[in-house]
Ligand binder design. Sequence first.
Ligand code: AHM
Ligand code: MG
Length: 336
Amino acid sequence: MENTGVTVIEHLLLHQKQSPMATGQFTRLLTELIFAAKIISREVNKAGLVDILGLTGDINVQGEQVRKLDDFANRVLIYRMQQAGILCAMASEENADIIEVPDNRPRGDYLLVFDPLDGSSNIDVNVNIGTIFSIMKKTSDRNYVTLEDFLQGGSSQIAAGYFIYGPSTIMVYTTGQGVDGFTLDPSVGEFLLSHPSIKMPEQGKVYSVNESYSCYWDEKVKATVDYFKSPENDRGKPYTARYIGSLVADFHRNLFYGGIFMYPADKKDPAKPHGKLRLLCEAAPLAFIAEQAGGAATDGKGRIMDIKPTALHQRVPLFIGSKKDVEKATHIMSGV
Ligand code: AHM
Ligand code: MG
């Protein structure tokens, strides 16, 4: 008989069984999230066929134009997750403030932060995009949620992951016990375990950075990028440049092939004094995955996972990927 594989739900239930304290709430949360991602995946797959490409005409909290698919993904996630009865509140890259679960819906203790459609400038040209998520628990015993509840360091994450909508739709996630990847089999509508216990190569061959901003970089960033391009680096030959402009896709490639993704601060660009990427919905969840896969993530000085956020949409410089490559970048960045 055909080996039909382990579904992500079976995988979750197996882990739930191994944890005597588990109540099933977390499994239910991920089940809802997976369902929302399947809906988004379906819509992404038919994006060229329906009137869903292009801009909505709105500007989001980040000052960027909102694309229709961005908006669709955001609304699906908010709606499904509000109904689930496991969350007390959410935060989305697209919304200025936290999103509370309405009073008439049951609430749980979990907090969900997400980037509904990362890499959205690529939507209209059929390049990989993704949904990034981070799950935390409310630590206060107040019966309401405030911004403060969300300002937890990356190390407090209970789980983190992403869905990448590419030639296949893949889910990668961690709960702090390694990283597993699941591929959506569209014929049965299930995510099947395709990449168990993912390990990132200790050193890679790829560097990913938007080099057109080099005129805005300070000397340390320039020296860091020059290192990866130099034939005199630790590899003895230049790294290969790969930059998709979709963080989730650049990260996913480097997770398997090894390498480093960099989005440094643009010191001279008033729009990006702290880089572009957001700590809570992009850098921290991917840092959790990178570390669990044997990689690393820093802001050029210290671990992303150690940064205590001060604002919901805080941005950070990001150096993430293979351990040796990130260590090298951090070493050069800190001028040691
Ligand atoms: P988004 O979440 O609005 O799509 O923005 C984040 C994206 C990342 O996916 C990507 O790494 C980066 O922005 C690309 O930015 P740039 O075009 O400045 O290189
Ligand atoms: Mg993003």
